[in-house]
Design a protein around this ligand. Sequence first.
Ligand code: ASP
Length: 365
Amino acid sequence: MKTLHTILAVGLFFSPLWREGIGNEASAQTKPMENFAIVIHGGAGTILKDSMSPALEQQYKDKLNEALKSGYNILAKGGTSMDAVVAAIKVMEDSPLFNAGKGAVFANDGTNSMDASIMDGKTIKAGAVAGVHTIRNPIEGARAVMEKSKHVMLSGDGADKFAKEQGLKIEDPKYFFDEKRWKQFHEIKKKDEIKLDHSSDTSGSINPLDVEFLGDGSIPLTTGDKFGTVGCVALDKYGNLAAGTSTGGMTNKKWDRVGDSPIIGAGTYANNKTCGVSCTGHGEYFIRNVVAYDVAALMEYKELSVEQAANEVIMKKLKAQGAEGGLIAMDAKGNITMPFNTPGMYRGYTKQDGKTWIGIYGSDK
Ligand code: ASP
């Protein structure tokens, strides 16, 4: 019996399967291709150059750059798109600049309640957490749900408990306290509004569906105390796409409101057959329009390019409904598009040659 085991073990060691790495996500795929890439966003909204100081602008650019670099380095070394997405999003979650993780906005009860999701375009597996309060990096919580549970979405205390059991980094809720966010929350709460983090009503027109969400714009978005949801789409050397999104949701949200970010198909979607997508914007619209999946479906069923599909949804469909927001998307060949119907969106990408592009305003091309 022992001899048989030895023969089997030796045989397996010398088999091509073993040499190519059984169980190694990255290497168990087809032969490497070179057009890997990563694209990120840090939220869309009324981001105007006039109301942004050069120093703050630089801080955003530096952080976006750091996030891209952390994901790019993984891809360049032959790592997976899933690892790259988590790494890039963690950088933004750890920064108070964005409405995710450390910088998450306050809900009506004075807590920070965070949502995140991730999807693997190779396996079409997905994971999400909603309404979590203690997971330092909710994107890791989402990944753990995908990889370590039989479910797709866990919520509230149960999700926090699961993350702890999985050995993820847990923080005291105090960790998520941010002075600027607290002030922003109290000003919004005083008026009993529920406010999109990235949205001030500068349009002058009110969509009837929106009444409960619109403010009077008295707290301008661009003063530095408004930040956005974060997201990432990556394509690795093996042709696999992954997408993830993480957010604190809307300031002063009540009743454990959950937005689009943790909902697969609404805020996040990835499928090697079509594209990877991460959204930012008025979550209720993104849920109703199943935005991320809609982009993929237009590619799959109508054979639109990733750019055409994303434009159709953001610039036509959502715009016609008065819905603010944007998305980042990449197809399996590495074509990237980043449409938004707001004045700005924190965004950037790095392609396989290592060249990075970062933009904030609509005029950044
Ligand atoms: N989509 C997020 C939500 O509705 C907000 C955002 O993108 O900033 O929760």
